[in-house]
Unconditional design. Structure first.
Length: 213
């Protein structure tokens, strides 16, 4: 086993999608997953459940990281679905491994990496489409920050720091698109946060392991 699935849930999302979460882990042969939840919920045997008072998505993810015992963390939206090859070994020396998303729900098709990861910290768009696995040591060194588009922010920071990325053309997750998905439509506040963070990176105002206020 070299991959641990990490996910988060709060509010009524477990009531809506909990059965699907448990089933997709079992169907993919997942041996260990970490789920951070704001309440005790019934999970399948492979899941290590962490119950924590609701705070932020970034905080929930950062709580999960030290519990992982594998080299790789496969980040998964709670309502998304693992494909049958999701737990196949990841063979790369990079810090981040990317793969296409098969889209389901309100959208169909495939979401794939657009290129130019190295310049994410200064691009006006997010090229990092698809799904990702992260080395545990990377997420301990560069933890998640509390932003609306925390993944885009994280790619800005890791690219600025010279962390490496390896894309793949083999999907591992179905990305289920719903009417209440944050990324289904653009969010002006979230974009403004990214552009401000990029400016602070360029100005030398962002330091590792120091979360935003």
């Amino acid at each position: 086993m070299s991959i641990t699935v990490v996910s988060t849930v709060w509010g009524d999302w477990f009531d809506k999608y909990g059965d699907g979460f448990n089933e997709t882990l079992e169907n993919a042969g997942c041996e260990h997953a970490v789920l951070v939840s704001d309440r005790k919920v019934p999970v399948t045997d492979c899941v290590e459940l962490v119950v924590k008072e609701r705070s932020t998505h970034a905080d929930f993810l950062n709580v999960a990281t030290p519990l992982v015992q594998t080299d790789w963390i496969l980040a998964m939206g709670f309502d998304d679905l693992l494909l049958e090859n999701a737990m196949d070994p990841i063979e790369t020396g990079a810090d981040i491994y990317g793969f296409p998303f098969v889209m389901g729900g309100l959208r169909s098709g495939v979401a794939s990496y657009l290129g130019d990861y190295e310049n994410t910290w200064r691009l006006g768009h997010n090229p990092m489409a698809g799904g990702f696995a992260y080395r545990k040591e990377l997420l301990l060194e560069v933890p998640w920050r509390d932003f609306l588009y925390l993944d885009w922010i994280h790619f800005c920071e890791t690219s600025f720091l010279g962390k490496t990325f390896q894309p793949s053309d083999v999907p591992r997750i179905m990305w289920v698109r719903r009417e209440d998905s944050l990324s289904l439509t653009g969010n002006a506040e979230a974009h403004a946060q990214v552009y401000n963070f990029q400016a602070e990176l360029a100005g030398g105002l962002i330091h590792k392991r120091v979360a935003n206020a």
